[in-house]
Ligand binder design. Structure first.
Ligand code: SF4
Length: 465
């Protein structure tokens, strides 16, 4: 939807924003869109030959690096009289090297600069042809745009809310701290203000994101403040679902669990990337704990929230990973019976300690281990979905197609989990009560029991303690 706040005057120009990578980048792009719209540009991705093309890049893995470079080259090839501004993680990670790899853009700026994007575009227009691009990749200093500026894209009823940036952990395979910087929390007042703004623009489900949500607030308040933040967010009118993504394993404390079990809007959904479970591999990854302690944590979570949905991600083929270490991962997956498991083949990233590690695993073995793990999980996921047949749950409708409504329950985060397909075309954005009639590998099928949202009930009724 084209955005410009200067309706009376003709817009300064048209802008197309190409967003690559994760949900955090989507939020940054919405802030960039809002700042440019507020300064008189028409942000409209459908306009051919825009005056400005912004490529918000991803620099996490080699694959996303190549995708970003391709997007820049394409924008440069088709820019005509327009300008191309490259932003985001890959610009921050590579700096001048990116100018060599993908030349021809008018500006290359790092992360955290959303709040001053109108200045950046003005400078890009000031760049004389052939004079070399503007390059600004100073160490990240996250300047978030003013709250009301954020221009929502996508489904108004479901939004990501970034509560912090950067990461203080040092996982040996990860590049993120090198370009997103140290962990920086948004002040709690600002997060609440953003939640109110999102609620006022139709958001019912907020998905809290960070590199590690459990670290929230420590840099500002010298204490881990997620429980307090959840209590305050629970009081925001209009918000019905609060979902948390990216828990760090050894910070899912009793206080956090208590908040999740007592605050009605907080969903019993736990996204907790473990990466591996074998103590030797975790030691080489510089990550905490090991399988037994994770199982105990899941036991505690399931005791507190019997319905909770648990998602994790694993890396297969980490340097030195033996067949025995991989089997430990399979055994854990069998025993943990998680709702959702995602997996990555280890990506040897320059600049990370794991890049130099001995025992790099051949791609053929990585692929084979990936297939074995996902096949195992597919069966578990099917069995867990079958457990929901005959039960009723609240479904947030995202879209309708061919007489069905595709929606999500508390068990399904946007873009990464399954769907609940409800018979009948219900209003996108509506919450409908539906009884599950069939469970498939990743999705559920259901019959609507009422087209009107049941009273706010993020959690299924809890057995009396
Ligand atoms: S927790 Fe580890 S994997 Fe996640 S962003 Fe931080 S360093 Fe990377």
């Amino acid at each position: 939807m084209p955005q410009s706040t200067h309706m009376s005057e003709s817009p300064k120009g048209t802008v197309r924003i190409v967003t690559l990578g994760c949900a955090k980048n989507e939020v940054d792009s919405e802030e960039i869109a809002g700042v440019l719209a507020q300064s008189g540009y028409l942000v409209d991705g459908t306009k051919p030959a825009p005056d400005v093309t912004v490529i918000n890049t991803c620099g996490f893995l080699e694959a996303s690096k190549q995708e970003s470079i391709e997007a820049i080259r394409k924008a440069v090839r088709t820019k005509g009289k327009g300008r191309v501004v490259v932003a985001g993680c890959l610009a921050q990670r590579l700096g001048e090297e990116l100018v060599r790899l993908a030349p021809g853009a008018d500006a290359y700026v790092g992360v955290g600069q959303m709040g001053r994007f109108d200045e950046i575009v003005a400078e890009a227009f000031g760049v004389q042809r052939g004079a070399g691009p503007m390059l600004d990749v100073k160490p990240p200093h996250h300047r978030w745009a003013d709250v009301p500026t954020r221009a929502r894209a996508g489904r108004p009823w479901s939004s990501y809310l970034k509560i912090s940036e950067g990461c203080d952990h040092q996982c040996t395979f990860c590049t993120i701290p090198s370009f997103r910087g140290r962990h920086v929390s948004k002040p709690i007042e600002r997060v609440i203000e953003e939640a109110r703004h999102l609620a006022a623009t139709g958001t019912k489900e907020i998905n809290l994101i960070a590199q590690d949500v459990t670290q929230y607030g420590y840099d500002l308040y010298r204490e881990f403040t997620l429980p307090r933040l959840l209590r305050e967010l629970n009081g925001v009118d209009g918000i019905e679902w609060i979902r948390l993504l990216y828990f760090y394993p050894n910070r899912l404390t009793d206080e956090v669990i208590e908040a999740m079990t007592t605050l009605p809007k907080v969903l019993p959904y736990i996204d907790i990337p473990l990466q591996h479970v074998h103590p030797d591999v975790l030691r080489r990854m510089k990550r905490p704990w090991e399988g037994e302690r994770y199982l105990k944590l899941f036991e505690k979570l399931r005791a507190a929230m019997p319905e909770c949905a648990i998602r994790t991600t694993f890396i297969v083929g980490f340097p030195g990973e033996t067949e025995a270490e991989f089997s430990a991962l399979l055994d854990f997956t069998k025993e943990a019976r998680l709702d959702r498991v995602g997996a990555f083949l280890f990506s040897r990233e320059p600049g990370t300690p794991s890049h130099e590690m001995p025992g790099q695993v051949p791609s053929r073995i990585k692929r084979e281990r990936y297939d074995r793990l996902m096949r195992l999980q597919q069966g578990i996921s099917r069995e867990k979905n079958a457990d929901w047949v005959g039960r009723t749950m609240t479904v947030l409708v995202d879209e309708t197609r061919d007489g069905w409504s595709a929606g999500r329950s508390f068990r399904d985060a946007p873009e990464i989990d399954g769907w609940v397909f409800v018979r009948g075309e219900h209003e996108p954005g509506a919450m409908v009560e539906a009884t599950i009639s069939r469970g498939a590998e990743y999705d559920l099928y259901a019959e609507a029991t009422s087209s009107e949202a049941a009273p706010i009930r993020a959690h299924a009724p809890r057995p009396a303690r």
